[in-house]
Design a protein around this ligand. Structure first.
Ligand code: FES
Length: 146
């Protein structure tokens, strides 16, 4: 895509956002903000078999790029595993939105992706805590032998 096509792509996602709205039955929900401007986004994820993102949606109050970014991220991460999403970097997101178009607005462009990744990180930490808790409970259940 050339610069103009990237701009049109962004504007299309801004005007016709995909997967916008609250998800009542989300497994994961996390808000993120850009401290520089106060814009806010909330990402919702439904996790399916094999740790794959089954559904994803977002709500945002932010600039054109962060709004378009929310929509683009939902298409980018849908169907991917949590590990695959965690491995995505700023470069992929900026490339997806057009390097030339968003290079001076990287924080806006990556607000949605950063929030999805933070949600996944929180989810995995919670699962790890549960695993450790379950192990400790199982150990506690072993009768002490003399
Ligand atoms: Fe706030 Fe873009 S100006 S996220």
């Amino acid at each position: 895509m050339d610069r103009q096509e990237y701009i049109e792509h962004l504007l299309d996602h801004f005007r016709n956002p995909r997967n916008k709205g609250r998800m009542e039955d989300a497994d994961l929900q996390l808000g993120g903000g850009n401290p520089g401007c106060g814009d806010l986004i909330t990402m919702y994820l439904k996790i399916g078999a094999g740790d794959r993102i089954e559904r994803v949606s977002f709500e945002v109050e932010g600039c054109t790029i962060s709004q378009a970014g929310g929509s683009i991220v939902t298409e980018l991460v849908a169907g991917k595993t949590l590990d695959e999403v965690t491995a995505l970097g700023t470069a992929e997101m900026v490339e997806e939105m057009g390097n030339d178009v968003v290079k001076s607005r990287v924080r806006c462009a990556t607000l949605a992706l950063g929030t999805v990744q933070a949600a996944i990180h929180q989810y995995e930490r919670g699962r790890e805590r549960e695993r450790v808790g379950a192990r400790m409970t199982a150990q506690d259940a072993v009768p002490f032998e003399n």
